[in-house]
Design a binder for this molecule. Structure first.
Ligand SMILES: [Zn+2]
Length: 444
């Protein structure tokens, strides 16, 4: 009997439908209903669990559950978020909180980000509890609140206030990874091993104010405009970090000679730009953030009165840094772009790990490549951020591992946060089976 067939455990499809039907849109991120449902579901299956929330935010509830192992491996963390992004302003062909089944898929907000992945984890956890054979090490499930808005009330709260729960954990499985990406007829499975870290910088451009009826040059506004233009043309330099190198080297062996030449060129910062241009817009757009720190203006404000020239204009920059890049690196870059007459203030800086752990990569690659023969698993760095950063604070390395075998015509990344989010039932079952295997063969 395979551990996927443990009797009395609802199917992955049923679990996912239940999760989708609880609206956990963040904001406001009222995860409590979902957490309470999870608690009773875990109770029903005899899994020890507790619900936790910051004292000032009783509705931002997370659930932590634990299944005892045989003591032959360190405890393994399965971490997933319950909250989802809003569906506001989107047109859906199926009601987004229905969990409808159509065209071989389960539809709804969170189907891929990430109630689908959470379902795989839950199914594996409950099956392990009910199975006659315990897993090699303890299994810990952290179903958390607030990931979509930064995780402060979810994962960050757990690791700061309840770190003892995660004692001795070295590795976690989390979101973003293990799904098929089809490139030139080859099936790749990126597994997230690293993410960029965030620096938010406020730039205040200064200039002379005055009356709107007069002729002005070199105002705060025109200085901001020139700087914004420069940001579009001049980018931080290319850097090759370990995770990117490992990803490209993995791809090289699996693609044709022509593609391999471009990938090799990309690994030399002097020719990265040329290589990206050779790869075409779609691939370049996906890969470029892995080669450089990025600076993106996101909010601009200035001027209050329609007939007065403002003497200050503020621009907020959303900067994303590669592992190993520091706050002073990015501040230097920003200074070179904004010119004189501008003040720089770092509003938020999240330190990231300087190097990337990839020790579990061969293990996960082997599982995936065995489950989908002829495919290739590669390490991957996400341009955005996930809860992995919070768990890293207590020494846990997260691998993006919610496996899904997908057909070539389904672009999973395009479904994240989008209308008509859905997951093929085959992919959900593929991931659930592989999750079981991954936890039962894990040895640390
Ligand atoms: Zn997510």
């Amino acid at each position: 009997m395979s551990p996927t067939d443990v009797t009395g455990v609802p199917s992955a499809v049923e679990i996912l439908q239940r999760l989708i039907r609880i609206d956990t849109s963040n904001p406001p991120g009222n995860e409590r209903e979902c957490a309470l449902w999870l608690k009773s579901f875990l109770d029903d299956h005899g899994v020890a669990n507790q619900i936790l929330h910051p004292p000032e935010a009783p509705h931002r509830t997370s659930v932590v559950a634990r299944v005892a192992g045989r003591g032959e491996a360190p405890p393994l963390l399965l971490q997933g978020h319950m909250d989802v992004v809003s569906v506001h302003g989107q047109r859906w062909s199926h009601e987004p909180f229905s969990g409808d089944i159509a065209d071989g898929c389960v539809w709804g907000r969170g189907a891929v980000d990430m109630k689908g992945g959470l379902t795989m984890m839950l199914h594996a956890l409950i099956s392990a509890q009910r199975s006659e054979q315990p897993p090699p090490g303890d299994l810990i499930l952290a179903a958390v609140a607030d990931e979509e808005l930064g995780g402060r009330q979810g994962a960050a709260y757990l690791v700061t206030e309840h770190p003892h729960i995660f004692e001795s954990v070295k590795h976690a499985f989390g979101e973003i990874g293990g799904f098929t990406v089809h490139i030139r007829g080859q099936r790749f499975y990126p597994i997230m091993v690293a993410e960029k870290h965030i620096c938010r910088i406020r730039v205040t451009f200064l200039g002379d104010g005055g009356h709107g009826s007069q002729i002005h040059s070199d105002t705060a506004m025109s200085r901001a405009a020139r700087a914004l233009r420069r940001m579009e043309r001049r980018h931080p330099p290319f850097k090759i970090v370990d995770a990117t190198r490992a990803m490209l080297e993995g791809m090289m062996g699996a693609l044709g000679a022509r593609e391999a030449v471009a990938l090799r060129m990309a690994l030399n910062p002097a020719t990265t730009g040329m290589a990206l241009a050779m790869m075409g817009d779609k691939v370049a757009k996906m890969l470029e953030p892995m080669f450089r720190d990025t600076i993106s203006p996101t909010i601009i404000s200035g001027g209050q009165q329609e007939n007065a020239i403002p003497s200050e204009v503020q621009v907020l920059l959303d900067c994303r840094l590669l592992p190993g890049s520091s706050q002073s690196d990015i501040v230097r870059q920003v200074m070179s772009l904004v010119g004189d007459n501008a003040e720089i203030y770092v509003e938020r800086y999240e330190d990231g790990p300087p190097t990337v752990d990839m020790t579990l990569m061969p293990y996960l690659a082997d599982l995936i490549e065995t489950a989908d023969p002829g495919s290739k698993a590669i390490p991957y760095m996400v341009a955005g951020g996930t809860d992995a950063k919070w768990f890293h604070h207590i020494g846990i390395d997260t691998y993006g591992f919610t496996p899904m075998r997908l057909p070539a015509d389904l672009d999973l990344m395009a479904l994240f946060h989008a209308a008509d989010e859905r997951i093929p039932i085959d992919a959900l079952n593929f991931g659930t089976a592989l999750m079981h295997k991954a936890i039962y063969n894990y040895r640390g």
